[in-house]
Ligand binder design. Sequence first.
Ligand code: 6GU
Length: 239
Amino acid sequence: MRIDVLTIFPEYLAPLELSLAGKAREKGLIDVRVHDLRQWAHDKHRTVDDTPYGGGAGMVMKPEPWGEAFDELGIEGATVVFTTPSGQPFTQAVARDLASRERIVFACGRYEGIDQRVLDEAATRAEVREISLGDYVLNGGEVAALAITEAVVRLVPGFMGNAESLVEESHEDGLLEYPVYTKPAAWRGHDVPPVLLSGDHGAIAAWRREQAVRRTAQRRPDLVHPSVPLEGVEIRPVQ
Ligand code: 6GU
């Protein structure tokens, strides 16, 4: 998978060299290239923004640098992801979908957003997605591009050594993960739930499932599909 990131803060994407994404890079599974949008701004101050038509607060990102960047990088056949708080909420399902793409181009917005014609023109040449990290406001889309990249790259076939850990984790089965424990069995007056020491694999699986459903119902009732048996779980607010 090739990933291009267009941003006016390329240093923000430095963590892509580290840890998870860095390993995928070393293995040759992904090819990440970060580009400074200002290289396609040609005036003395390398201006990338201007005042909004129709008035209003803040600045809007000008279309020309984006258009030239897309021309030079070539977006045909790619999925162009615009990170914006007005986009589709990012979920594990969206990550799984994006993990199937050959090429993703992240366009990180700043200020009050990008001139709409940039998105409209890109959509005539490529698949365009507008994605939000969640219902809160960041100063720009860089952190979102970083988070989306990390979530997507670990789903690229060949990346994770242990395919089971992908299936078992939070959100892959629509539930939050059950609580986990390791040694020692007793610590500061808190004991590991005895069922986990029982060696009864059926009982352990049933306990974990019940814990996952209970947690999900308490913390994320929005995730509990009506078809999921609640197994007597009482829904009350999380402290
Ligand atoms: Cl993708 N961008 C910005 N600026 N703010 C956000 C966001 C993205 N997702 C949530 N808040």
